[in-house]
Design a binder for this molecule. Sequence first.
Ligand SMILES: [Zn+2]
Length: 482
Amino acid sequence: MCHFWAAKRDFTSCVNYPVSTFAQTYSLLLEIEAEVTRTKSALSRNFKQLLLVYGNETDLGAAESSALEAEFDFVIQIPDSGFFGDRFLESPDLPHLPELLRKAATSEGFRELVGFPSPKVAVLGFDLIASAFWFLTRYEEYVNSTPDQHGRFLCEHSLAPPELYDQPVVNRWFENLYSLILEGLKIPKPAFTRRQTVALTHDVDLMRKYRGLRGARRFMSDTLTMRSSAEEVRHASMVLAGLRRDPYDSFDQLFQLKEKLGAQSTFFFMAGGKTGHDCDYSLADSDVRQLMSRVRSNRDEIALHPSYETLTSPALIRSEAETLRKEMVKPLRGSRQHYLRFAVPETWRALVDAGIRYDSSLGFADRAGFRCGWSGCFHPFDLEKREVLPIIEIPLVVMDVSLAVYEKVPAEQSLERLAHLLDASHTEGGAYVLLWHNIMNDRATFPGYWDTLEYFIFAAAGSARFITLNNLCDEFEHDAGN
Ligand SMILES: [Zn+2]
């Protein structure tokens, strides 16, 4: 049984949020206490009693702390950095220097930061609550938005250095805190045996490279950047003459691989969008209908890919969700923003309003990694209303285009990044969410990427299991119910 008491009274819901996220991750019974002192008889002795205190030494008099020691089996004090104070929602700053946060993410570094004033009391060396809050809520994006040309907050805009996003730091701090708790309560550490979890996902943006007016327009702009436009013209005419397959028409290859591995995945379809950045199909098109029925018969998941303008007109999400629902056999559960255009907290609110169960947009477009410091499912937090949102966020870890276009990693070097992030995503409830576009089969534009992804997925199957995002939510909510 974990009791939590915060000395500060003004930011109760904010302060409770990371603690309840932690408790949910490790299935701890959590009690938020209004008063720190409880009589021993009030505590159930069926469980070991842990007290987490958020505050500074002055908040806990010496006499009081020894009384607490008598009541609880272990007390952990988390220092208050002052993050939740006068400058809340004004300053975008991290609660601590990045070096300290990175150190606390390793098990040895975390332990070096812990002090033990007495055998039953531990004092953490950093404000874990504010630091976890900063990442999970994407606090800085709300405070300090400096968008790119698509209105997106990029990794390069972040006050945290890019390396801090190479691992899910919040999960790492929680792992270390959990180990400390088990040690303090003298509970043996259970073996962590769950396999790595991979959620393969596919945003269906463009069905064809060469077709129609839109295709021609794209083709023209592509050719301007092509190394060999003559070769590209030859490709195009062969495709249009029916002598060659369009490079974006790669679903056969994808399904062949998935069938070999028994890997289910999640497909995001667009159900609207009028800008030049939107899709080249309608849900009524025969090739799209065929793809959707193939997805259904393979027991893969169909989810929504809200169009470009939903960033600035979030209400559109609702009508696009309704359009897609008409094509669905099962209920529509998931969503991911096209171009990863996302505004905190407005996009989450609009998704809740559209009856969506989970979102999987929160990866950076310009860099693969853990935008929320988190791997797997969690409930996001509304910074304006200061309340937990009734939706699940499953952060995107790697988008193929981030590596190929933004980071400009050559295909042969991307394998190392992909594998490193897969290892980093492995934690209690963690998930490696990979976005693999059908356009990666355009070998002229993305040389080597399709084969690399195929190889990587094949190799990962040795140590990982594959799951759809909605099934991952089922596991998350089932675990929480236990
Ligand atoms: Zn898209």
